[in-house]
Design a binder for this molecule. Structure first.
Ligand SMILES: C[S@@+](CC[C@H](N)C(=O)[O-])C[C@H]1O[C@@H](n2cnc3c(N)ncnc32)[C@H](O)[C@@H]1O
Length: 447
């Protein structure tokens, strides 16, 4: 495994969130585009036959001559103007109000400064890969993604996270891959595409083969499944030393662990650290006020961290901006949703959620602060996956781009979006973005 540090991101940006009943990022309803049906081809043009008929109705020869010249000029202009328009099928996608709102760069950056935290690592290390590597990876991944066995992975990963997981697994080249939370097996398939010969351990209560009875699912031939009534054991209860030894792995720091199990990320981080794992990916790094488990992004949302901390005043700039953005983005959070009793804004209204929100424990601001200190003390690297493309290209409607890193393909670059093959994909696959995060950790924590 490469010892990574990279990043295509300057300190500051961040993202959004989502909570779905028991999945995390769930591609759902396809984006609709109010302006889609009024294309340029409907521009009216004067027709030559109409010009001739108008001429025949004129009596005075002088008036007729002048009028004829005028009409010919109008008709010619209209005809040429019509030709100058691109053909309707070559038009770039229509941009609706939400995307025009993005042009309000000041609003986006103000919003960012009001609360887009980026976890601080103790080493300041960044990832090795660049935005060019991500772009090249995208080009390679699109045709792979098109061969996925589970076309509709509702309640599982969409395109963005599939790409992120594939890209990172392939870059890191681990000796073993562990996933916690497999559902029908899409993420197992993604890991397999990244590393064709590397062993996978998949921990998930229901074996993916059970889903095969009802439709597409993926069961991997080189995977140890800890699942089913007999086999399932929670990540935190596995005897990792024994299991790794059984798989011929002597160095846990060369293992990649992927969590999509909707458990408190603080809990998972401590368990992973205890087992000696160093490279972790969390699929659903929820933003403050959203999601069904306490996330790293939430933990790092602290007043002392740049972009972190919130104000619960209903007439603050933040409240106004949140209210504005809520009109455009489904998962945006208004100030009254963000804040709970006694103006508790951290986690989810002052609560630390766990296990798909089956557990919901109130925490004090002090405890929330201590959690961030603990996280910082073991964090060597923190990197959030950017959205693959801007929302005017993907037509995603859920996640506020002001809460995410800059997209790999920025709005307006339709030619690139199309050339890479992303325009071929159904827009619904882009609707599941949350800020998937890759972290490197080291050290020890008590408890
Ligand atoms: C969001 S789905 C995973 C989606 C999957 N990674 C994909 O890309 O399609 C969450 C999965 O976590 C499983 N799960 C629930 N509790 C779990 C636990 N304690 N450990 C591991 N998986 C768990 C659920 O049964 C479900 O299959």
């Amino acid at each position: 495994m490469h010892d990574t540090g990279l990043s295509a991101r300057a300190a500051g940006a961040s993202s959004s969130s989502s909570s779905s009943p028991y999945a995390g990022s769930s591609p759902s309803s396809a984006a609709t585009n109010p302006g889609d049906d009024d294309d340029e081809s409907k521009t009216r043009k004067a027709h030559p036959a109409f010009v001739a008929a108008a001429y025949a109705r004129l009596h005075s020869s002088h008036r007729a001559a002048v009028s004829l010249l005028l009409l010919i000029a109008v008709a010619a202009t209209a005809f040429l103007a019509g030709r100058a328009h691109p053909r309707a099928d070559c038009l770039p996608p229509r941009i609706d109000a939400r995307f025009l709102a993005l042009q309000d760069a000041a609003a986006a950056s103000d919003f960012g400064s009001l609360g887009v935290p980026w976890c601080r690592s103790k080493t300041g290390k960044i990832v090795e890969w660049t935005s060019k590597d991500l772009l090249n990876g995208l080009e390679e991944f699109v045709p792979i993604y098109e061969t996925r066995p589970i076309k509709n992975n509702m309640n599982g990963m969409g395109f963005d996270h599939s790409f992120g997981l594939w890209f990172m697994a392939r870059w890191l080249k681990p000796d073993l891959m562990i996933e916690s939370g497999a559902f029908k097996g899409h993420s197992t398939w993604v890991l397999r595409q990244a590393m064709p010969n590397t062993r996978i351990i998949s921990i998930t209560p229901r074996h993916p083969e059970k889903y095969l009875r009802k439709g597409p699912a993926y069961v991997d031939g080189n995977c140890t499944y800890l699942s089913g009534r007999e086999g399932f054991i929670d990540f935190g209860s596995v005897d990792w030393e024994k299991l790794l030894r059984k798989h011929g792995i002597s160095d846990p720091s060369r293992v990649l662990v992927f969590f999509d199990d909707h458990q408190s990320e603080l809990k998972r981080l401590k368990q992973a650290l205890k087992a000696g794992f160093r490279h972790l990916i969390f699929e659903d790094n929820y933003d403050t006020g959203t999601g069904d488990h306490y996330s790293l992004r939430q933990i790092c949302d602290q007043s002392h961290i740049r972009g972190g901390g919130h104000s619960c005043f209903w007439d603050s700039d933040e409240a106004r901006l949140r209210s504005k953005r809520k009109k455009f983005w489904e998962k945006a959070v208004e100030i009254d949703e963000l804040c709970g009793k006694d103006d508790a804004w951290w986690g989810i209204r002052g609560y630390k959620r766990d296990n798909f929100n089956r557990s919901n424990e109130a925490i004090s601001h002090k405890e929330h602060f201590q959690n961030s200190r603990l996280l910082e003390s073991v964090l060597d690297l923190y990197w959030e996956l950017p959205p693959v493309a801007g929302p005017s290209l993907t037509h995603q409607t859920r996640y506020d781009p002001a809460r995410a890193s800059d997209p790999i393909i920025e709005d307006g670059r339709y030619g690139l979006f199309q050339r890479i093959g992303l325009a071929r994909l159904d827009t619904s696959v882009f609707n599941g973005y949350t800020q998937m995060v890759y972290v490197q950790i080291s050290g020890t924590v008590l408890s």
